[in-house]
Design a protein around this ligand. Structure first.
Ligand SMILES: NC(=O)c1ccc[n+]([C@@H]2O[C@H](COP(=O)([O-])OP(=O)(O)OC[C@H]3O[C@@H](n4cnc5c(N)ncnc54)[C@H](OP(=O)(O)O)[C@@H]3O)[C@@H](O)[C@H]2O)c1
Length: 318
């Protein structure tokens, strides 16, 4: 691995801009400030998280301490009347979007810049070529990809070194283990594992589908019979966590970290309480026996329901 060294448990900021219910900007800013104070520097955002609101929050939190933060910014996800639009990673779009991000973040460089999905209408070589120009100009430091297939990662890495692949990876989302993970390991690319708690479910805090009143209600894992089958799995994780003296969320995060030193994880939290609990997962040491016990109750593929609604699934693994 030749990339930058960042904190193993970092902070996903998406929920601070309304992705999962209400948020309070003052509390969110305090959470980001606390992450930096604890030396957990990698902050994950996107220019489309409430159309720049998330970046503006981060700008307030990092004011006067830009050097303490490692800014990971995703881009290219368009919005459309009524909801999510297509992806756009055309060079012109990226060159324009990055300048707006710099303004909102009140900084003159972004550490890691990542197209949110592979754009089927633009050869990935062109996308990465444009990002390589931005590296040359000092506007961004490193190039990332997100939810890309092994083949796309290879094509991209042939144009310019790719520092990280951001992709969903958790006890319940293990598709990458077959092909994507071995490929990025071969190419020396780090993994930024997002949604390590399967959007909060693995924390064990939700008891019925009615507890979820936000975007997640559209996700198959959170619906009807799937919800209750998945809840049974969470209760088994809770038992293991209790035996281990940690919380279910910490066990889920520790499992991700135990999959390799080339993996960092970005649990999302808008609350200091959760941030601190998640960071403490770094101290949960899972033995070989623990990992076998987890595997026995939760083998790959056991979860009920896909990780996204049908309409978003075809944008993955392109
Ligand atoms: N590349 C992509 O396509 C993509 C897609 C989705 C997300 N992401 C990034 O990944 C980050 C993390 O993913 P995510 O937020 O979707 O899912 P996640 O990290 O699996 O779960 C976040 C949810 O779990 C809750 N939570 C966090 N820590 C907890 C704890 N210790 N106990 C109980 N509940 C806890 C949060 O609530 P509170 O906020 O109330 O703490 C939030 O509702 C995002 O913030 C975003 O930066 C990237």
């Amino acid at each position: 691995m030749n990339g930058p060294v960042v904190s193993a448990v970092s902070l996903g900021c998406m929920g601070m801009s309304g992705a999962y219910g209400q948020s309070d900007d003052t509390v969110s800013i305090a959470t980001i400030e606390r992450a930096l104070e604890l030396g957990h520097n990698f902050l994950d955002t996107a220019d489309y998280y409430r159309t720049g609101h998330n970046e503006e929050l981060i700008a307030q939190a990092i004011k006067g301490k830009r050097d303490k933060a490692f800014l990971s910014v995703k881009t290219g996800q368009l919005i459309a009347p009524g909801g999510t639009g297509p992806i756009n990673t055309h060079p012109d779009y990226l060159r324009n979007a990055v300048m707006y991000s710099l303004q909102r973040l009140k900084t003159d460089y972004i550490d890691l810049y990542t197209p949110a999905r592979v754009d089927p209408t633009v050869p990935i070589e062109e996308t990465v070529g444009a990002l390589a120009d931005l590296v040359q100009k000092g506007v961004i430091r490193y190039i990332g990809l997100s939810e890309a297939s092994a083949a796309s990662v290879r094509r991209a890495a042939a144009v310019h070194p790719i520092t990280a692949l951001q992709i969903e990876y958790s006890l319940w989302s293990r598709d990458i283990e077959a092909e994507v993970l071995p490929t990025i390991r071969e190419l020396g690319i780090g993994l930024v594992a997002y949604a390590p708690l399967s959007r909060g479910f693995l924390s064990g805090e939700y008891k019925t589908p009615e507890d979820i009143k936000d975007n997640r209600a559209r996700m198959p894992r959170y619906q009807g019979k799937n919800f209750y089958k998945n809840l049974e799995l969470v209760e088994k994780i809770r038992t293991l966590a209790t035996e281990k003296g940690c919380t279910p969320a910490q066990l889920a995060i520790a499992w991700v970290l135990a999959q390799g030193d080339d993996i960092i994880t970005i649990p999302g939290s808008k609350q200091i309480k959760h941030l601190e609990e998640n960071i403490a997962a770094e101290n949960v040491q899972l033995t070989k026996q623990d990992l076998q016990s987890i595997e026995a109750i939760m083998p790959a593929g056991i979860v009920s329901g896909t990780r996204y609604p049908e309409m978003f699934m075809n944008a993955l693994n392109r």
